[in-house]
Ligand binder design. Structure first.
Ligand SMILES: [Zn+2]
Length: 69
């Protein structure tokens, strides 16, 4: 289950909430009880980003689609 960062706009507390991927937009209260929170969008480090160079149209070759025989 992913964790999302939120920040309270009232007391400026930053906290983390774990919840399902289908409900990241559901409002949450800050640990101090304030309801005015906003989600912080942090860049997600994708594993293996440096191991696979970008190869666009990798599947667009003739033999990749079964047209060669
Ligand atoms: Zn607060």
């Amino acid at each position: 289950m992913p964790a999302y960062d939120y920040r309270c706009r009232t007391c400026d507390t930053r906290f983390e909430v774990r919840r399902g991927v289908d409900e990241p937009e559901v409002p949450v209260d800050c640990p101090r009880g304030h309801g005015a929170t906003s989600r912080i969008f942090t860049p997600v480090a994708v594993g293996g980003a440096a191991s696979a160079p970008a190869t666009p149209a990798a599947s667009g070759g003739c033999c990749g689609g079964g047209c060669c025989g």
